[in-house]
Design a protein around this ligand. Sequence first.
Ligand code: ASP
Length: 353
Amino acid sequence: MNTSRKSFIKTLGALGVMPWAIAQPTSSKPRVELGNSSIISNPKTLAVGSRNALRGVERAVSMMSEGKDPLDAAVEGVKIQELDPNDMSVGYGGLPNEHGVVQLDASCMHGPTKRAGAVGCLEGIKTPSEVAKAVLELTDHIMLVGDDAKTFALQLGFEEEDLLTERAREAWLRWKRNLNPNDNWLNDDESNPYSTGTVHISACTQQGDIGSITTTSGLSYKIPGRVGDSPIIGAGQYCDQRVGSAGSTGRGEANIMACGSFYVVERMRSGESPEQACLSALQRVVEMTEPRLLDENGKPRFNLNYYALNVQGEFGGATMLKPSDRALDNGGGTFAVAEPGNARLEPMAWLFD
Ligand code: ASP
């Protein structure tokens, strides 16, 4: 892949087009002026992410401790899940769409260079995170989708592979066999057979450089072509070098409506802690939710999670619904955090009991 990417860069050079390069980490700035307010910056090497990113945040922090770029580190972190056939929510082994085809979404941002990249509905490539990063690094665009995103990846030297594992195919067939005449796409009752899952990592270096990435196979058994929140900049993830970074997992449609990760970062900009900012975004999601998806007490029938860190070295996470006692006993309601030599799961706050 590196060799092919080099030849792609050479081709661009021959055409007189210089590829964009990721800047080296900048030096730490103790105080960031933001209009009328300012944020005291006291960054530390830190990565946060979804619960399934525990191995990923550990890898990201160990790479950043060696001086690596935060986005490179975060991408290497999420790739652990993308390449793991047992994580059925992302990359290789992810659950397929209605037609049994695995379609992947991913997006990323890089604080130092203020660049972003994304892919939607990408088929046949195990690591959409790397393709999203290639869009960020090599093009003047932000998002590529579908067959053309795949062509872009193949031109860069990514390999096309069958992403549907036997386990995911069996799960899809089970779903198909159990379809019944009462099913409909607006199904919102408890028997809803669709499942979600995604991996997010936000990473910050000791110098205060930030990178963020979210990657997913999206909602299981989705209508082919459905794009969730993960590849949408400001929804699936968002970072601003002056403030911090945020990402999301859970019902993508709800998160898109609230521009959730952007909103978390904006709340941190106005002084909220990462955890409080995550809760504020969940509150905004509820306010933006159509009645069909709320119960009689105004509580959403779906779940959604936010994860965030800021340039003061603080972090937090929040989920919409309190996990059941059983889920809590099994480590539910937690998110992944890593500092040098210390990767762990931390409890999330929740909005509704
Ligand atoms: N947010 C993802 C999507 O809607 C799914 C998930 O995170 O569970 O595609």
